[in-house]
Design a protein around this ligand. Structure first.
Ligand code: GDP
Length: 842
């Protein structure tokens, strides 16, 4: 290695590093060239004077170049020795060269390592320096802030000398300090009084121990974001607290108790979490893991819930209706106690074939006249005695609606079906339907060929028609009894009753009148004055006054029993229809009534059923898994639905409407009944309707005030009807998109009856307050009691003080009297309406 070598520019041709020269490169761009060959030169020169040139060979055989005085032999020997030495030397040089190279490489590596360490060190130093600088800056800032505050303090409390602050000992006296400071500063400091003290051990504070407390309090600057370190420490404190909290919770979890979780058929997620004493969020998370996207308010089925309960390590206790209702089903009948009971008969058939007339003829009372729209809307039941002395119980049902809906609820009340077919007509769609229903329920049929008094009556055609539907009557050598009757003339009625009695004998119907009663609700309604009333057909046992019972989701104590004639009775045995008073709520048609021992039992069962029903409803409404959602969407794709919500005055009407709605529609359009119930239209009905974009239909009922305003607000349409046909027509038209403008009613006002007076010459006059809109003399009026329509007509008089007037505005009092109607009471509401033409938009 020589200086001249080092100065040589690198990479030059010829004059560059000679062969064997090694170029070394170091960090920071330093390089070095190492000439290895110089050593070889040094060895060669003294020994072989002839060998001048680098790598030049020695030509032994050339005597002219031989030094004088050396013999050939000697020359040869020398040459050989020289050659050997040269070879050795070359070998050595190669080795050395390799060693050098290795050493250099090692050195270079070590150097690189050291350099890296140095770099790290410098960086660390730089960081440290920066930190120190930062802290110094911080300190400076603090001192400045302190000075500023002190200056302000001086200004604020002039009598106190500046020495006040330093004179105060290091002991807290925070209150004083706060008091001495300007309000703004004090407030700011109060907000974080403790936090700076945590840093008392920092080197900064050690360095200036006298300032420790003060500087801790002077956080104005820090509060403005000057101190990153502070924020970090605050966050770390939070983390520490969080860790402590989690630790505490962790220990709680370790003490977790395994609970027995009561699991009904459906359970709302939140309730499930409650019963397990787990966090709702955890339960929802667990459900998500199972692929169920549910919120805490949605219900899940028992099987899913069971998996969840097991997942959380609790024990599942399945509860079902049967567990709670064991008391009901525990009675076993003794054969000796069983006695024959009357059959329960349902009359079915096509519309206008004379069902009502027949029932009416059998009962010897006229029910047909006075019915709105001519459809049987009020279901009841009655008993008749045949000439032969047999007792028969007839259900007065609107077509097949009650029959099927009751069957769907598990109440099989009908023993015999009387199929009415008009002799002047033939087997019609509803006749076929009735046949199917009877067959499905496995109930024997008797065919009553009606209207045989008519000249165009053709009973044989009916018989042959029936053959097509696998109903083979006796006249056609079959087993189904057939009787020719006329509801109009009463012809054949006795024969029909005898046929029924005969059929019932074949059935050998029996019941045990000694046991606690059970029965089925035929009809239920909220009666004005009497409260909830249910028409119950006793199916087994004997129902007595004072009995405690549970019926569907309701319960009660029999306050009164009223038979089909309207008489109060003390008890009702098997197959006897009675009106039961004393319920705590309105049950639904098809609900089963059971007498139980104690009120507590009744209440427990009713509450359980209510809860279970709620959960079931929630489950039905809940889209539980994405798969189900997709399936639902797919299924609905081709069919457009017209959702509606129906509220009616009595259960029978509601069911009749529900059945009628089901029939409307084809493959493309169908009516979806969101809900049907009894009673006034409430806010929750409107809410449900809004959610589904459905109109609310009131059948002989009205919306209460809250529901009306809610409907107005939400743009939900409420329609009122009192004739089922009108309702069906409208819905049909809407479903087929054929709505046309029509004359409709428009409510123009409401008035509340405050008092009722008797006025000679006029009769009963209602003293009213117009609560909404206007009352108009010429308009139509309806009388509503508890939101149920009880009369429709016109006004006889509209008086303001003593004068007859045309209109009375909202907020004013007036006197009103109805044309031909006197049953008005204080508290009744008068609805004032006008008819006008407007577009249908159902
Ligand atoms: P429902 O719809 O099946 O209940 O039939 P209805 O009982 O309302 O009767 C329909 C119509 O047929 C009414 O106008 C009855 O007067 C009439 N009707 C019913 N039974 C007879 C009958 O035996 N003879 C005649 N001539 N008319 C009848």
């Amino acid at each position: 290695m020589s200086d001249s070598d080092g100065k040589k520019p690198l990479g030059l041709r010829g004059s560059g590093p000679r062969p064997g020269q090694v170029k070394q490169s170091f960090s920071h761009g330093r390089t070095k060239s190492v000439v290895v060959e110089t050593k070889r030169k040094r060895v060669i020169v003294p020994k072989a004077g002839a060998g001048k040139g680098r790598g030049g060979g020695v030509h032994a055989s050339d005597p002219s170049k031989r030094p004088a005085g050396i013999s050939d032999v000697e020359m040869d020997r020398r040459m050989k020795a020289l050659k050997l030495a040269k070879a050795n030397e070359a070998e050595e040089a190669r080795k050395r060269e390799a060693d050098d190279l290795k050493r250099q490489e090692d050195r270079a590596r070590r150097r690189a390592e050291i350099d890296a360490k140095e770099r790290e060190e410098t960086e660390r130093k730089e960081r440290a320096l920066k930190k120190i600088a930062d802290e110094e800056q911080k300190k400076r800032d603090e001192v400045e802030a302190r000075k500023k505050v002190e200056a302000e303090k001086k200004a604020a409390s002039a009598p106190r000398p500046a020495a006040a602050a330093p004179a105060r000992p290091a002991t807290p006296a925070d209150a004083e300090a706060v008091a001495a400071r300007p309000a703004g500063v004090a407030r700011k400091m109060d907000r974080q009084p403790e936090q700076p003290r945590r840093d008392n051990k920092s080197p900064r504070n050690k360095a200036t121990p006298s300032d420790g407390r003060r500087s801790g309090k002077l956080t104005l600057n820090q509060a403005l974001g000057g101190a990153g370190g502070r924020h970090r420490s605050l966050a770390s404190m939070k983390r520490k607290q969080e860790r402590a909290r989690q630790k505490a919770m962790g220990t709680q979890e370790r003490e977790k108790v395994v609970r027995d979780v009561q699991l009904p058929e459906a359970i709302v997620v939140q309730e499930l979490a409650n019963r397990m004493a787990e966090r709702v969020a955890d339960v929802v998370k667990e459900l998500m893991k199972m692929g169920m996207m549910v919120t805490q308010n949605q219900a899940i089925d028992a099987d899913t819930a069971e998996l969840i309960i097991e997942e959380f390590g609790h024990k599942v206790v399945r509860v079902s209706d049967a567990d709670v209702e064991d008391v009901i089903h525990s009675v076993k009948d003794d054969d000796a106690d069983l006695v024959a009971r009357p059959p329960v008969i349902t009359i079915m058939g096509h519309v206008d074939h004379g069902k009502t007339s027949l029932l009416d003829a059998i009962r010897h009372t006229k029910v047909v006249t006075g019915e709105a729209g001519g459809i049987t809307q009020h279901i009841g039941a009655y008993q008749v005695t045949t000439d032969g002395g047999a007792l028969l119980s007839f259900l007065d049902t609107p077509g097949h609606a009650a029959f099927t809906s009751m069957r769907a609820r598990g109440a099989q009340v009908t023993d015999i079906v009387v199929l009415v077919v008009a002799a002047d007509d033939a087997v019609m769609p509803q006749t076929i339907e009735a046949i199917h229903h009877a067959k499905a329920a496995n109930v024997p049929m008797i065919v009553a060929i009606n209207k045989c008094d008519k000249p165009d009556a053709d009973p044989m055609k009916v018989r042959t028609d029936l053959l097509q539907h696998e109903v083979i009557v006796e006249q056609m050598s079959g087993e189904v009894q057939d009787v020719e009757v006329s509801a109009a003339t009463g012809q054949g009625l006795d024969k029909l009753l005898e046929a029924i009695a005969l059929q019932s004998e074949i059935l050998e119907l029996k019941a045990n009148p000694k046991r606690a009663a059970s029965g089925a609700v035929i009809e239920a309604q909220l009666d004005v004055g009497r409260g909830p009333v249910a028409t119950v057909l006793v199916q087994n046992g004997t129902l007595r006054r004072g009995d405690i019972f549970v019926v569907g989701e309701q319960w009660g104590k029999v306050r009164a029993l009223i038979d089909d004639q309207g008489n109060r009775i003390d008890s009702a045995g098997p197959s006897v229809p009675v009106e039961v008073l004393g319920l705590n709520g309105t049950p639904e048609a098809g609900d089963v009534l059971n007498v139980v021992d104690t009120e507590a039992q009744a209440r427990e069962i009713a509450e359980y059923r209510e809860h279970a029903a709620k959960e079931k409803r929630a489950l039905a409404g809940a889209a539980t898994t994405l798969d189900q959602l997709l399936a639902k969407a797919k299924a609905d794709e081709s069919v457009s639905e017209l959702p509606i919500l129906v509220k009616a005055d009595v259960q029978g009407s509601a069911e009749a409407i529900a059945q009628a709605m089901e029939k409307i529609g084809n493959d493309e359009v169908r009516v979806r009944l969101l809900h049907s119930g009894v009673g006034a239209i409430t806010e929750s009905d409107v809410g449900l309707a809004e959610a589904s974009g459905a109109p609310v239909i009131g059948f002989n009922v009205r919306a209460n005030a809250a529901a009306r305003s809610s409907a107005n607000q939400k743009g939900v349409e409420i329609r009122y009807y009192s004739v089922i046909y009108d309702l069906v027509d409208d819905v049909k038209a809407a479903a087929s998109g054929l709505l046309s403008a029509e004359v409709r009613e428009n409510f123009i006002g409401y008035a509340t009856i405050k008092d009722v007076f008797k006025v000679t010459g006029i009769g009963k006059v209602a003293g009213c307050l117009v609560t909404e809109g206007i009352a108009r003399r010429s308009a139509g009026v309806r009388l509503l009691r508890d939101n149920v329509v009880i009369h429709e007509g016109t006004l006889k008089t509209l008086k303001r003080f003593k004068d007859e007037v045309k209109e009375v505005q909202s907020g004013q009092e007036c006197g009103m009297a109805f044309e031909n109607y006197e049953d008005i009471r204080a508290g009744d509401v008068i609805e004032i309406f006008e008819r006008e033409e407007f577009e249908r938009s159902l």
